[in-house]
Design a binder for this molecule. Structure first.
Ligand code: COA
Length: 167
């Protein structure tokens, strides 16, 4: 295993779309399943090109010998919420518990600090103990539980809202 972490580039667009299908199919923790996200390679490449010099939005990818195995994002909220950013992190199952999620989260927090975010926040399934452990390790605190945040089939799933004040 030879893991590198870098900003996603437009050249990664097709691989990211395939990666999203894989992570979507491996758990029910994300907003999508094995179908991935309804986005074309061209649209994803355009989006990643816009991020290249952004101080508001970032996508990092972790690669093992060039293959995308994890990603993390931070997106600044608009207008009167622009002191805050929302994060996501995911890792291909085969690569869990190898410290990749931690490395990505640490890099995302560094970016947020460098770019004057006051708060970063996230939503996580209340039963996703692995992710909650990771977020607490970096100082995230639970704000509240949102009942029935997801509905998958006929099953309602609660989420915890968490935040990390940076100032
Ligand atoms: C959550 C996720 C990103 C973690 O990534 P990762 O690369 O496995 O994370 P790391 O290896 O850096 O750290 C995992 C930590 O969880 C701990 N852990 C593993 N299973 C656990 C469990 N069932 N309960 C509590 N902690 C657990 C590990 O011991 C490790 O802690 P440590 O660093 O203190 O030793 C990854 O599991 C994932 O992608 N899951 C599916 C998508 C997802 O749930 N994303 C989060 C959506 S909010």
């Amino acid at each position: 295993m030879s893991i590198t972490i870098e900003k996603a580039s437009p050249n990664d667009a097709a691989a990211i779309i395939e990666y999203l299908k894989q992570i979507g199919g491996e758990t029910d923790n994300l907003t999508f399943g094995a179908e991935g996200l309804p986005i074309t390679v061209e649209a994803e490449a355009d989006y990643l090109a816009q991020l290249e010099n952004s101080r508001n939005n970032i996508m990092l990818v972790a690669k093992d010998n060039g293959k995308i195995v994890a990603n993390a994002t931070l997106n600044r909220m608009p207008r009167r919420m622009s002191h805050r950013g929302d994060i996501s992190v995911a890792v291909i199952k085969e690569y869990w518990n190898k410290g990749i999620g931690s490395q990505l989260l640490s890099r995302i927090i560094d970016f947020a600090k460098e770019n004057s975010f006051d708060i970063i926040d996230l939503q996580v399934r209340s039963d996703n103990l692995q992710a909650i452990h990771l977020y607490k390790k970096y100082g995230f605190q639970k704000i509240c539980r949102y009942p029935s945040f997801f509905k998958i089939g006929n099953k309602f799933i609660d989420f915890d809202f968490m935040y990390l004040p940076l100032k």
